[in-house]
Unconditional design. Structure first.
Length: 163
């Protein structure tokens, strides 16, 4: 079984698509471990604020099948495959880590966004703080301690998913 970490983001009908995203992930991967829920401003474009979180799960699926599953959940929730990278979205699911695999195909792992965006790093640090980034050999706790927190403002949003 591989341990996977998935980022979830939504800025359209956020409560609804957050719930639908979690339901889809639970159906696909079973038991989920959730970070706190964070609210942040859009990055790279002018849009509504996002809800973001990171989810941990276990899977026997290979990386390519995990990615396909995430894209299927996005599409089932109104995400258009042709949507621009920096735009509002109903649901954005990205595989951040698959155990300690480092690869460029079928996707880049670990995701570069881990060290670039507070809305990815902080929730990942909550779930996997003691783990080492497989390329940098630095813990996510240390990466978060050293992150320039003035670059992106986040706030924790009260959220309790009862499953």
């Amino acid at each position: 079984m591989a341990i996977i970490y998935i980022s979830l983001g939504t800025n359209i009908d956020r409560d609804h698509y957050l719930e639908q995203g979690l339901l889809g992930l639970e159906q696909a991967f079973g038991q989920l471990t959730l970070s706190s829920l964070f609210e942040s401003a859009s990055v790279g474009f002018n849009g509504s604020d996002f809800y973001n979180m990171v989810i941990a799960a276990e899977t026997e699926l290979p990386i390519a099948q995990v990615v396909t599953t995430l894209k299927d959940i996005e599409r089932a929730n109104g995400r258009k495959p042709s949507a621009k990278k920096f735009s509002s979205r109903t649901l954005d699911l990205d595989l951040l880590l698959y155990d300690d695999v480092v690869t460029e195909q079928p996707i880049q792992l670990p995701r570069a966004e881990i060290t670039e965006n507070a809305f990815v790093l902080w929730p990942l640090q909550e779930l996997a703080g003691a783990l080492l980034h497989p390329e940098l050999n630095i813990s996510y706790d240390e990466l978060w301690r050293n992150y320039d927190k003035s670059s992106q403002q986040l706030r924790i949003v009260p959220f309790n998913w009862q499953r």
